[in-house]
Design a protein around this ligand. Structure first.
Ligand code: CP
Length: 324
């Protein structure tokens, strides 16, 4: 049985097919019933606007039904350790949760961000992998340490504007944010850009902001710390903030480095160095912190298109997994 946990498990050809399916769903909006009679559990351990809306609406538009569960907030808190004495806050184990939900629904979708204490533990992605271990239906990643649905939405938006990706320069730029954020979208943007054949540059303040080797090693990535060099000739500028992996759990030590790089904001001056690049971001986005008003609202900004595409790519993934 196939899950959609990370696109590292999916070939370029399979991802291209999902994008083709997503484009077909986009063209046929509200006319298809591919999930008629199907049910989906959306399990959220973290907040969401786009993911929750687009999954719930996407299932509805295809004739199915989604149930939203928030463990610890309306649903029982869940234990993930095997063999543990459950005398803490958790009321049930993921083994029962995944097996019971599998008797009710055709798909289980999970959002579970890292704990931000120890990257060596977080990189195991143990929450969603536990669901996949015990579920007897396919599991879809709604953002854990990667965000594969966002990845597809970004690719669909870029494919619609650029056509092909070969030899196009894709810049993934770190931007300032007052808090150390998840690396998931950055990891996913890197996987997607490399797999699809972009010429990929990672712009980040210092070598400590380089992403996990698991994602850096997907293919060739040019690491740059000088914004001017990175933006020069870019066709795509993709912005995201993330916490530096060596400082996991010691965020007060990272803060001075982060604070010294507020000038990594995406602004008109930097965009003027590009080859009339498209700008995008997964949203939510703090305006005039990560990118200026002028950039976010510019005709070259794809943030709204990418967000809309979440709906279409997720339909493609759900239908594909239900038909296997
Ligand atoms: N991009 C994204 O996943 O948005 P939400 O956190 O609002 O779901």
């Amino acid at each position: 049985m196939r899950h959609f946990l990370t696109t590292l498990d999916w070939s370029k050809r399979e991802l291209d097919e999902l994008l083709d399916d997503a484009a077909a769903h986009k063209a046929a909006r509200k006319t298809r019933r591919d999930l008629a009679g199907k049910t989906v559990a959306l399990v959220f351990f973290n907040p969401s606007l786009r993911t929750r809306s687009s999954f719930e609406i996407g299932v509805f538009e295809l004739g199915g039904h989604a149930v939203v569960l928030e463990p610890g907030k309306g649903a029982w808190p869940i234990e993930f350790e095997d063999g543990i004495v459950m005398d803490g806050d958790a009321e049930e184990h993921v083994e029962e949760v995944a097996r019971v939900l599998s008797r009710y629904v055709d798909l289980i979708c999970v959002r579970a961000f890292p704990k931000f204490v120890d990257w060596n533990k977080d990189r195991e992605d143990s929450v969603i992998r536990s669901f996949a271990k015990y579920a007897t239906v396919p599991v879809i990643n709604m953002e854990t340490i990667t965000h594969p649905c966002q990845e597809l939405a970004m690719l669909l938006a870029l494919r619609e504007r650029l056509g092909t990706f070969e030899k196009k320069k894709f810049v993934l730029t770190w931007t300032y944010h007052p808090k150390p954020l998840n690396t998931a979208v950055a990891n996913s943007a890197l996987i997607a850009a490399v797999k699809m054949g972009f010429d990929v540059t990672l712009l980040c303040p210092t070598p400590e902001y380089v992403l996990d080797e698991r994602y850096m090693s997907v293919g060739k990535v040019n690491v740059v710390h000088d914004p001017k060099a990175a933006y020069a000739g870019a066709d795509v500028v993709y912005a995201k903030s993330w916490g530096a992996l060596p400082y996991f759990g010691r965020w007060n030590e990272e803060k001075p480095i982060r604070d010294a790089h507020k000038h990594f904001i995406v602004d008109e001056a930097k965009m003027a160095l590009t080859s009339n690049a498209f700008f995008s971001h997964c949203l939510p986005l703090r305006r005039n912190v990560k990118a200026t008003d002028a950039v976010v609202s510019s005709p070259r900004s794809l943030v709204i298109e990418e967000a809309e595409n979440r709906l279409h790519v997720q339909k493609a993934v759900m239908v594909k997994l239900c038909r296997q």
